[in-house]
Design a protein around this ligand. Structure first.
Ligand code: 6GU
Length: 227
């Protein structure tokens, strides 16, 4: 059972992603709970202020200490977190190995930055892990939080069934997934590889493994070097 709290100034961005398909089923089964919290609940004044200009000047607003600290502390009262995660392009790059580890924890808090980010003192005082989802810049952490929640949620035991098993995912053993086919066996003269039609599970497994290695060698040789 994993519970994920997400702290954001734009909760609307996170309404859709968890309400369908596998993540919805995980929640319906009670294996995962995801709750978004609007940082403005902890705004410091009647103007609902949560951000302010950066000391030293420059464009862009910074999320202030006080609303963030109050939000984090009030959420902590509902239960201690295993990790308090700040989503930021200067964090550690998210990978399958990190998803695997996080999926075994019980309570996570994801903090979404916006504008220029959050006051550095919140990062040093509260945040236990900083994650980036790749080397490009998003306008806020919400979509990154959705990516991370999706990849973690599907790994919780019981969420996937045999057909969707994570054991055969790309990256699970540092290999890309092999090609897949469904009916018809002949589509406009393009044939499904014969071995998949013969129904010998051992041969199919060998073929898939070979295809995985070949595909990884061609597309992501860095994965084979143990990177
Ligand atoms: Cl986690 N946040 C933002 N704003 N941009 C990103 C990112 C996160 N990961 C990659 N780019």
């Amino acid at each position: 059972m994993l519970h994920i709290d997400i702290l954001t100034v734009v909760p609307e961005l996170l309404e859709g992603p968890f309400s369908h398909s596998i993540l919805k089923r995980a929640q319906d089964k009670g294996l995962l709970t995801v709750k978004t919290h609007n940082l403005r609940q902890w705004a410091i004044n009647k103007h609902m202020q949560v951000d302010d200009y950066a000391f030293g000047g420059g464009a862009g607003m910074v999320l202030m200490c006080e609303p963030l600290a109050n939000a984090i502390e009030s959420l902590q009262e509902t239960g201690a977190y295993d990790e308090i995660i700040y989503l930021t392009p200067d964090g550690k790059t998210f990978q399958q190995s990190m998803a695997n580890r996080l999926s075994m924890l019980n309570r996570l808090l994801l903090i979404c930055g916006h504008y220029k980010g959050i006051d550095e003192r919140i990062r040093t005082q509260y945040v236990t892990l900083e994650i980036s989802i790749g080397d490009y810049v998003l306008s806020g952490g919400e979509i990154a939080a959705a990516v991370i929640t999706d990849s973690i949620g599907r790994l919780i035991p019981g969420v996937l069934n045999d057909e969707t098993s994570a054991l055969f995912d790309s990256f699970q053993d540092n290999l890309l997934a092999p090609p897949v086919y469904t009916r018809p066996a002949d589509f406009r003269g393009m044939q499904v590889p014969e071995i998949l039609l013969q129904g010998d599970p051992k041969k199919v497994a060998e073929w898939r493994f070979e295809q995985s290695i070949q595909r990884t060698r061609e597309r992501r040789p860095d994965l084979l070097e143990g990177e």
